[in-house]
Design a protein around this ligand. Structure first.
Ligand code: UT7
Length: 336
């Protein structure tokens, strides 16, 4: 990092999940499937889902409060809010604006959402890093939250088995000791294969002109296509991210990946040569929580003592777009 750029400190992480649990056995009431089929192909046993009025904004708000407490910061200390979501409950107001209001932040701090699907937290962290480095903002709240259970087609057994709901949040701030907690960060996309995972939001044409054929509702995914692409690209990508930072895999303590499929996680793990105790997986209990997946895995594993602090971790994710990205971060004492 150049001399004039301000380093970033990760000050706090938090998470929130809804109470309702749907097991693989529960799904057999909806379609022809089995716990054995789902678990052996994905590593998922159950997922949490929102119910009633609850949505991704509620989950994001709870995770944000949790991260602020861990960071020992008051809502008024925050000068920018970025929310990442695959499909916000409202296109506007942004989730970030809802959270600003719910936190009771009375100053008119900027708040906006980004869409990079399951890579959302890495994209948001990359944006926050640039803002902090430039001195433009000092204390940034990142919230990654999704309620995919409202957006999947519950008649599509190939897709709806995978997703769950949850939120993760991170407070990042200008570091005052010269140490940057983001050792390396990189984000990528390839829009030419965007049709691998799609969720349309298309409305209707003006009634005075020709209408168009509306696209089917709900998340549409070519599961096999996503799997093949990611299994080919991601292990090599993470390996390069580490090498480009001038590090070796053994220099890093933990792998905290997007929780989409246990076999994809294992492919990255094998490439890095990591033992199971270095790899964070909670897919068994939450499924794929999209943008929330990485910060949820991070915050929960620290809280439960699986991940020790005073360590480093490589985060990596991929999702609709297609987007993918990775970051090597320092996990200081006190973040959770
Ligand atoms: O962050 C989002 C990223 N998305 C992903 O990471 C998805 C990555 N892909 C995957 O995880 C896997 O592709 C899936 C788990 C989604 C599907 O596994 P697959 O081994 O690729 O299955 P498939 O789609 O090729 O389907 C194989 C068979 C089909 O039956 P036939 O045509 O061979 O008779 C499906 O109809 O499995 C059938 N099938 C099911 N059977 C029981 C599909 N879903 C189910 C199900 N239960 N839930």
């Amino acid at each position: 990092m150049g001399n004039n750029l301000i380093p970033l400190r990760i000050a706090g992480v938090g998470y929130s999940v809804p109470d309702a649990v749907i097991t693989n056995d529960d799904l057999t009431k909806l379609y022809d499937t089995s716990d054995e089929w789902i678990y052996s192909r994905t590593g998922i046993k159950e997922r949490r889902v929102v119910s009633g009025e609850e949505n991704a904004i509620d989950l994001g708000f709870a995770a944000a409060k949790n991260a602020l407490e861990k960071a020992k910061m008051a809502p008024e200390d925050i000068d920018l809010i970025i929310a990442a979501s695959s499909a916000p409950p409202d296109l506007y107001p942004a989730i970030a604006c809802h959270i600003q209001a719910r936190l009771g932040i009375s100053t008119q701090v900027p708040a906006f959402d980004i869409t990079a699907a399951c890579t959302g937290l890495i994209y948001a962290l990359s944006i926050a890093k640039a803002y902090i480095a430039s001195g433009m903002y000092k204390n940034i709240l990142l919230v990654a939250t999704d309620n995919n259970s409202r957006l999947v087609n519950w008649e599509d057994r190939g897709t709806s088995i995978l997703f769950g709901d949850g939120a993760g949040a991170m407070v990042v701030t200008a570091s005052d000791d010269g140490v940057d907690d983001v050792i390396a960060i990189d984000i990528k996309s390839d829009g030419s294969i965007g049709d691998l995972i799609e969720l349309s939001f298309d409305g209707k044409n003006c009634p005075l002109v020709e209408q168009y054929e509306p696209k089917p509702q709900g998340i549409r995914m070519n599961g096999r296509g996503v799997y093949t692409f990611v299994a080919k690209v991601l292990p090599h990508y993470v390996e390069n991210l580490i090498a480009n930072a001038g590090m070796k895999a053994e220099d890093i303590d933990y792998l905290i990946p997007h929780q989409a499929n246990i076999r994809i996680i294992q492919a990255v793990q094998e490439r890095l040569g990591y033992s199971d105790d270095k790899v964070v997986t909670n897919i068994k209990y939450y499924g794929n929580t999209s943008a929330a997946s990485i910060p949820l895995a991070l915050a929960e594993s620290v809280e439960k003592g699986k991940v020790k602090l005073g360590t480093t971790a490589v985060l990596c994710g991929f999702g609709a777009g297609m987007t993918w990205g990775g970051a090597i971060v320092r996990l200081r004492e006190g973040i959770c």
